[in-house]
Design a protein around this ligand. Structure first.
Ligand code: F3S
Length: 752
């Protein structure tokens, strides 16, 4: 284990530290004296203090030392702006930035990319210069989607990575523990603070059997999402094991880990195996593969390791699934799907099929998709619905261009979009339906919340494997089941599509395509980072005010949000992405998607000082101007979705004090704490119903102490005052964040 093996081919000074990891693990083993899961091994081998760290799954806060940080361009802006305000000369841990979220799909890859480069010039310049200045690897627009680039270049078995994007777990396809975090966590690690994570529980998923025909790795996670639901993975790492894992490609395992974000899992993991070795070799990293083989014993679970929950799936019996609409855990096997379409009155006509994205754009995915398209073309038919293809990276695009899959998909009717997120994050100038018109689309993406793809709340968005997407695009109907239903060829004769085929890895190796990487220069002193004071896209940050040390009395409820309140509802993406680096401007989208329990409407709340109804951000601004703090009341799993720290920064910026809910999604809860907001939950969830939107409340912040509840005194508009008890998950250092106004203020204080 003494060998010096580089983490990747881009950086000459960063090495894989299996030696240190195994030493840490030996210390923890001695202390715990029980078999460990793979997830635990990775986490414990990255402990800041393996001797002293308290370790109890689901209870302790682990202080960890990740190997790497990765940021996408939408989240990197705020992360770097925050890092800058900590006043350090360069990042303390290997970091990369990836430009993928800001490219809108309109007419096809080349033109869309050129337009994005023009529109986002200021942001790309800021990122490129700040990366050069602070020693960060920079992947220019056009290089591909962050998670694909990480898998191709940076992921390694047993490593620990944090990324400012919720689908960071994609790197689990190479046995890396990769966790989606908010920008504030990334800033901690860039600044060499240990990174804190509540010791996750571990859910085991045992795979047996082997897939065949139309079933793909995507169907495993679609099935798991159906079993565990969007809340089921909260606070847990999902660890796959069993003989079935040996049958999957590394990229297929990546797909499964990627979409594990949809069940709220901290991350998902596969044990190191030969398929990972093959992928490492194909991406010019056999040295890492060889090194992993030396350390292989620790790159899987121990014999007898215990899981907090166990799910078993027999791959031989697994059917292809379609999940949705509106939520990724509504799983329907293809054999029951047509029935479900009828029963639920989902729009039958399929308007658009979309393949690719960070979830499903491997060489294998594209090859199988192209095999179905070729089959259709050979029968003289093409896509009936509109069809788009998003290659996950320039390397994938160049390779499938060279090997012919791209031409087939284009001949089939596909529009090839830029190597970027595009419609997956609402960057889609969709023209075929009007806003408000009910319609169905199906994608190989991972997330299908209302309005995510095209900002049309009436769009029924389904997710499936790329195979099913292509097949259904041929039929143009949600009733089509390619396993059993026939299509008509150009002469009107019936035919059944052949099951898809395709190689996992390109036999001629990957074609890297255009060079889109910018390494940081050796001498960085002369690099200057410019932020124009008149910019509407970038704004340097002002520190938030410290807590005044008092209870908050008689303050209003800005909104009582009802039902699903995801980070998309709290801080919408789409057109707002362009303000990710400008806190004041982006705050104009705060909670505009949340449903007000008072009237069932979005973005319409009553301002108690004027009695008038207005938009949520405008009302919050008015309270802030008048010096009135406010709270939000929320429902279950508030803040589920992405790692978007803006969803926490905005309420703080607009004068919010606390978000009080029935429960939180993990990342959002931590983000709120970091920004100095109080995330609190009803000890008795029914108390949510007792509070009315027009009530006033006292929040007894002075009661905040580790493990102690906080009192919320409710003054109903009509009726008697009553108290409800609120819980929180603060530990002692986190309480300092609240007191100092934010985690960053606390850091600056410590550095001063
Ligand atoms: Fe991008 Fe969608 Fe993945 S937004 S990172 S392609 S989930």
């Amino acid at each position: 284990l003494d060998k010096k093996v580089r983490q990747n081919n881009q950086e000459s000074n960063n090495f894989i530290n299996y030696k240190k990891m195994s030493e840490n693990l030996a210390i923890v083993r001695q202390r715990l004296n029980r078999p460990l899961t793979f997830a635990e091994k990775i986490l414990y081998s990255h402990l800041d203090d393996p001797h002293g760290q308290e370790i109890e799954r689901g209870v302790s806060y682990l202080k960890l030392r990740p190997d790497r940080v990765a940021c996408q361009d939408a989240t990197a802006q705020m992360a770097i702006l925050q890092f800058m305000s900590a006043g350090m000369p360069s990042v303390a841990n290997p970091t990369t930035v990836h430009c993928d979220h800001l490219i809108e799909a309109q007419v096809g890859g080349v033109k869309d990319l050129a337009r994005a480069q023009d529109i986002n010039k200021e942001v790309y310049n800021f990122l490129s210069t700040s990366c050069a200045k602070y020693n960060i690897g920079f992947w220019r627009p056009g290089s591909g989607i962050i998670h694909q680039i990480l898998l191709e270049n940076y992921a390694f078995p047993g490593g620990l990575l944090i990324g400012t994007d919720s689908h960071t777990p994609n790197a689990g396809g190479l046995g890396m523990c990769a966790i989606g975090v908010g920008g504030a966590d990334a800033v901690d690690v860039m600044a060499n603070l240990p990174w804190e994570l509540k010791a996750p529980k571990v859910i085991g998923v045992k795979l047996t059997g082997e897939m065949s025909g139309w079933t793909t790795p995507k169907d495993i996670i679609l099935k798991v999402a159906g079993i565990l639901t969007v809340k089921g993975g909260t606070g847990a790492i999902v660890e796959y094991h069993g003989p079935g894992t040996e049958t999957l490609s590394a990229t297929g395992m990546g797909t499964i880990c990627n979409m594990g974000a949809e069940i709220g899992a901290t991350t998902s993991l596969f044990p190191f195996n030969d398929r990972m070795y093959d992928y490492l070799a194909a991406t010019k990293r056999s040295e890492i593969g060889d090194f992993s083989r030396v350390y292989a014993k620790e790159l899987r679970e121990d014999e007898g390791a215990e899981y907090d929950q166990l799910v078993e799936i027999n791959l031989s019996e697994l059917e292809p699934h379609i999940n949705g609409p509106f939520t990724p855990d509504l799983a329907t096997p293809i054999s029951k799907f047509s029935e479900a379409v009828k029963a639920n009155n989902w729009p039958e006509e399929l308007k658009v099929g979309l393949i690719g994205s960070c979830t499903n754009s491997s060489y294998e995915d594209m090859s199988r998709a192209a095999s179905i398209a070729r089959d259709a073309l050979d029968h003289g038919v093409k896509a009936k619905a509109l069809f788009t293809v998003t290659p996950g990276s320039e390397q994938i695009r160049a390779t499938i261009e060279r090997d012919g899959q791209l031409a087939t998909l284009e001949e089939f009717g596909g529009m090839v979009l830029a190597n970027a997120c595009g419609p997956c994050i609402g960057q889609w100038d969709r023209k075929d339906v009007k806003k408000g018109e009910a319609n169905s689309i199906i994608s190989s993406y991972n997330r299908n919340f209302t309005g995510r793809n095209d900002a049309n709340p009436a769009t029924h968005s389904f997710v499936a494997s790329p195979d099913l997407v292509v097949a259904m695009t041929i039929a143009g109907s949600l009733h089509f089941n390619p396993l059993t239903d026939k299509l008509k060829d150009k002469d009107g004769n019936e035919f059944l599509l052949s099951p898809p085929t395709g190689a996992g890895l390109p036999t001629r190796g990957y074609d890297p395509g255009q060079d889109t990487y910018q390494a940081p220069p050796a001498s960085r002193d002369a690099v200057s980072v410019a932020v124009s004071p008149s910019s509407d896209r970038l704004q340097l940050l002002e520190p938030f005010a410290a807590w005044d040390g008092k209870d908050a009395l008689d303050i209003p409820i800005l909104i009582k949000a009802q039902g699903k309140t995801t980070t998309d509802h709290i801080s919408m993406a789409g057109p707002w992405l362009k303000y990710r680096g400008h806190l004041d401007n982006i705050s104009n989208n705060m909670l505009i998607g949340a449903i007000n329990a008072a009237n069932g409407e979005a973005n319409k709340v009553q301002n108690f000082t004027t009695g008038k109804f207005d938009a949520v951000p405008a009302t919050a601004r008015d309270y802030k101007k008048k010096g009135i703090p406010w709270v939000v009341i929320g429902d279950w799993n508030y803040g589920e979705g992405s790692s978007r720290e803006h969803a926490a920064l905005e309420p703080r910026h607009l004068g919010g004090l606390a978000i009080i809910t029935r429960s939180f999604a993990r990342i959002h809860e931590t983000n709120l704490k970091k920004q100095g907001m109080l995330p609190l939950t009803f000890i008795n969830p029914e108390d949510y119903d007792k509070i009315q939107p027009e009530d006033k409340v006292d929040l007894l912040c002075t009661e905040l102490a580790v493990g102690k509840p906080i009192t919320l005194r409710v003054h109903p508009k009509n009726g008697k005052t009553f108290d409800v008890k609120l819980a929180h998950t603060y530990n002692a250092p986190q309480i300092e964040w609240f007191k100092n106004g934010s985690a960053l203020n606390t850091m600056a204080k410590a550095n001063a």
